[in-house]
Design a binder for this molecule. Sequence first.
Ligand SMILES: [Zn+2]
Length: 96
Amino acid sequence: MDKPRLCENCGRQMDDEEIPYWVRLEIFASPEPPTITPEDLAQDHTGKLRALIEQMEKLGPDECQAQVYEAYRFVICTKCRNYFHDHLKQRRLDLS
Ligand SMILES: [Zn+2]
């Protein structure tokens, strides 16, 4: 007997005839260079760099890397697939 196929999102056991779906998701920082204005150039860069380094030290290497690039891959059930699909299509998530 095959082992039960569990949805990696909701944990529900999928039916035998149910089609599992793969989700591959990559989240990474935009490769576009930022727009630099004359006001940006007039700022205190040393102070800003120091603040950035302090912020990175608090986060730790794993979280720093996750903010630049993170990839996920998991298998989900039809119900979760429909839920993801609807939300991604609308591109409006309730983040409250
Ligand atoms: Zn599910």
